[in-house]
Design a protein around this ligand. Structure first.
Ligand code: ATP
Ligand code: MG
Length: 180
């Protein structure tokens, strides 16, 4: 399983629809300061369900929508589509390709889609559980992330290992069963 492409529409500095295709292996994004490199990573983080706008370096969740420049007016909608190659069936859906999308409107309303069918954020979270992708995942390591692993408590480190080992899915289900 790997991220084959992302499509970014109206997210932060990406006013026009942009499609970035990735090969298997390593991709480097290079460019001058402020050109939008970190915004690419933010778009991925957001699409997999990031709820904290602070970690998206934003003043509010709506602020991630393209808010205009001297020459262009602001947009009313931001959308990110992530296209995963799933031939390995690592994601538990029987499709070779899985598209995960998130939309946000200026009203603050968010919508999520799995292969173009509207779903709940929960469905996306469930899809990525134990893959390391997702809000609490380790797939995205930002500046300071390495240090936080090194300085984590034994308990926090155990949680990381549980995610890697695939235990956290069962823990989440158990906690939910107890709550009911
Ligand atoms: P550096 O090399 O300094 O890390 P970078 O390539 O990572 O730079 P980003 O942080 O990705 O740059 O992009 C910053 C740019 O994104 C700024 O010019 C900022 O104005 C723009 N930007 C952020 N949010 C929005 C938004 N909602 N609408 C329009 N532009 C935005
Ligand atoms: Mg940056």
């Amino acid at each position: 399983m790997y991220l084959k492409a992302i499509e970014i529409i109206g997210f932060k500095s990406f006013a026009d629809r942009q499609r970035l295709d990735f090969e298997k292996g390593i991709t480097c994004v290079v460019g001058p300061n402020g050109c939008g490199k970190s915004n690419v990573v933010d778009s991925v983080r957001w699409a997999i369900g990031e709820m904290s706008w602070k970690s998206l370096r934003s003043a509010s969740m709506i602020d991630i929508i393209f808010n205009g420049t001297a020459r262009r007016s602001p947009l009313n909608l931001a959308q990110v589509n992530m296209i995963f190659d799933n031939e390995s069936r690592k994601l538990p859906l029987d499709f070779n390709e899985i598209t995960v999308s998130r939309k946000i409107f200026r009203s603050g309303e968010s919508e999520y889609f799995l292969n173009k069918v509207q779903c709940r954020l929960r469905d996306i979270r469930d899809l990525f559980l134990d893959t390391g992708i997702g809000g609490e995942g380790y797939a995205i390591i930002d500046q300071g992330g390495v240090e936080s692993v090194l300085s984590a408590s034994a308990e926090q480190r155990r949680e990381m290992f549980e995610e890697v080992a695939g235990v956290s899915k069962y823990k989440a289900k158990r906690e939910e069963a107890i709550r009911r």
